[in-house]
Write a protein that binds this ligand. Structure first.
Ligand SMILES: [Zn+2]
Length: 186
């Protein structure tokens, strides 16, 4: 396939794919949000590369290790593969300016709203950022998408009745991933 022609779906993890109970790092505590697995399966069926972009400041904060992130990613990816969902790649930022682990305590471009992980994913997987979409549950997801030049950015907000106030504004607001995917594949 020609370079940079593939349209990807970039997904935030915590709060979009799994229920965000705060610094989730064990598979035993990883709970898929309702409807997520069938929704991801539809996206795989439609041919979209799926790339997860996630801030994991729990590493910098000393709550868990980078290896924990990798292990959980492998468990999630393999579970989803068995359900017919192909996750092309997962990128995470382990940093935070207020960390307690020196190695990871710094400002960086890879923590969303920084665009670095989106750009890295595009480079490594021949994805067209301008033709791709980001789905997140925070203003920082929308900002990262804009900063990287991702074509569309959608917000997941369970209280979608309340107008969101992230800046910049998303291209659409949905109550969950399933509703967003039904819109994208309409
Ligand atoms: Zn980072």
């Amino acid at each position: 396939m020609k370079k940079e022609t593939r349209k990807a779906i970039f997904l935030d993890r915590d709060g979009v794919i799994n229920v965000d109970t705060g610094y989730v790092f064990r598979w035993a505590d990883f709970e898929f949000a309702p409807g997520v697995v069938p929704a991801l399966k539809k996206l795989t069926g439609a041919g979209y590369p799926l790339v997860i972009i996630t801030n994991q400041s729990g590493v910098a904060r000393g709550y868990y290790t980078e290896q924990d992130v990798k292990t959980l990613t492998a468990q999630m990816t393999s579970y989803l593969a068995a359900q017919g969902v192909l996750i092309t790649a997962t990128y995470y930022c382990p940093h935070h300016v207020e960390g307690t682990v020196a190695l990871y305590t710094r400002a960086c471009d890879c923590r969303k709203p920084g665009p670095a992980l989106l750009r890295q994913a595009a480079n490594e997987h021949d994805l067209s950022l301008a033709d791709s979409m980001m789905i997140g549950d925070k203003g920082s997801d929308i900002e990262a998408a804009r900063a990287a030049g991702v074509g569309k950015a959608y917000l997941i907000d369970a209280k979608a009745a309340t107008p969101p106030s992230p800046s910049p504004q998303p291209d659409g607001v949905f109550k969950d991933l399933s509703a967003c995917v039904d819109y994208l594949l309409r």
